[in-house]
Design a protein around this ligand. Structure first.
Ligand SMILES: [Zn+2]
Ligand SMILES: [Zn+2]
Length: 130
């Protein structure tokens, strides 16, 4: 079981199956919300332990309207933890332990800021991975 939480500890959840890799998204939306590195989880593997009433959501624009979630008390980005999709991203920074994960891919590299220098050999995609 993998445990995860926000900074203040109000929101805690666990993943029944450990994520296998990290994806880094370089789009401006992920950057603004402070959550560019994420792991994917299947909905049935995620168990919200506490803080359901602390989770706020913000929708971005039409094309990327999937609401991003955050802790209302500390602001930690939580990814799409309230998603109704089968598979969705969770912010990698929520993981409590270092799982020795490697970055599998970088997406939206075309809008990467100059100060972020990619230092691994993971695959890069200008936009969404094909
Ligand atoms: Zn919090
Ligand atoms: Zn993004």
């Amino acid at each position: 079981m993998v445990t995860a939480s926000c900074l203040c500890g109000a929101v805690k959840f666990e993943l029944a199956k450990a994520p296998e890799f990290v994806v880094v998204c370089h789009c401006s939306r992920c950057r603004k919300v402070g959550s560019s590195a994420f792991v994917m989880t299947r909905k049935e593997n995620l168990n919200l332990l506490s803080g359901a009433d602390q989770i706020g959501q913000v929708a971005t624009d039409d094309q990327f309207s999937l609401p991003r979630c955050f802790c209302r008390s500390c602001g930690t980005a939580l990814g799409e933890i309230l998603s109704t999709e089968d598979v969705f991203p969770i912010s990698a920074h929520c993981l409590d332990e270092d799982l020795n994960l490697e970055v599998r891919l970088h997406e939206h590299v075309a809008t990467k800021p100059s100060w972020y220098v990619i230092g691994d050999d993971a695959k890069q995609f200008d936009g969404d991975p094909k």
